[in-house]
Write a protein that binds this ligand. Sequence first.
Ligand code: URA
Length: 433
Amino acid sequence: MRMYDIIQRKRDNYELTDEQIRYFVKGYTDGSIPDYQAAALLMAIYFNGMNDHETTTLTLSMAESGDMIDLSSVKGITVDKHSTGGVGDKTSLIIAPCVASLGFKVAKMSGRGLGHTGGTVDKLESIPGYRTSLDRNEFIDNVNRIGIALVGQSGNLAPADKKIYALRDVTATVGCLPLIVSSIMSKKIAAGSQNILLDVKVGTGSFTPKLEDAIKLAQKMVDVGKLAGRKIAALITNMDVPLGKAIGNSMEIIEACEILQNKGPADLREVCVELSAYMVLLCTNDSYENCRKKVLESLENGSAYNKFKQLVSVQGGDSTYIDNPDLFKKATYSYDIKATQSGYVFSMDTACIGEVSLMLGAGREKKEDFIDYEAGIYIHAKTGDKVEKGQVIATLHTNRKHIIHEAELEYLKTLTFSKNAPPHQKLIYQLVK
Ligand code: URA
């Protein structure tokens, strides 16, 4: 088989065979296929697409390129969740313990933040002592003992995706449906859970700003997950506005704890309740209403909160920080941004708000950058809120004094104001199954 022929076939818009797809994934992962040929194939896929069968083969061969986590020794029903990424999205910190407190097994591998989106692993590492890397035995043992483990992706989980994603990143081929589907689903399938709920974000803070694109992406991922033998569904949720009020690592841990203690911002709570309810629904034959009721009970009676505390201490974290968030170190500088006019906040460019949090130190611009766990933005006024000129609309937290002025200007650029209230936005758009 020759890579040249595979590129030519896709360039001419023919379907690739299973063997051709597997040859490409294996050869690119082991280094025998050079970047320039892989890049040419990715561009041909970008323009000519892949059908469901090709996408499934690509996904499975990427999943099988490294460790396939075997959860067969987990006693109980395993369930996972994946978000396509957003700003202020701390839902995993809430729903994983919530669902585990209801008796389901959550063996979750999460990612780090990159670009304007945050990552669960970075947030967890802001808790002193928390270990995001466990060996295989400890990982499974914890899931069996307490129903939950939350770690970073092991180095050898879908290595084909790591290489292909890095190449897509520099060849303008990231925004391509079959490539996004195979990238996300290869990792989820390799991570081993039987039940998977996808949270597909739509809006200015996501990489599917248009609803129809988000639905298409969700449907493709669901179809591929089913063909791979998983029970799977997707919820399309709003990322036109940051989720909750806190953006930044320890600030998001604190806000997640508020929700787990039955407090905190209503939008974040509602998205978490819905995601958790649908995770439970995937695992049972119960009605949606009962699943939602159980989730609400777990938040209200403290069992979700206690499960999170147990998770933190079993993974080495100092759980006194969870009970007493004042222990988290604060950034040296906090700066209030004030509204420049009276009216309604009409829109927020959420990806750009994520970029402002990076300027403050809360994320990485490059993979090797360090994160300042204390840095971030606390948002006081969001889309639809009425403000008076001079009212505080956001507070910046940073250790980089020199950046504050620029960050303020950039933050203000992300907002538009209007005289009349903007149309109401949905938090949850639809279920795809
Ligand atoms: N997240 C991924 O893991 N892969 C993509 O291609 C896009 C988002």
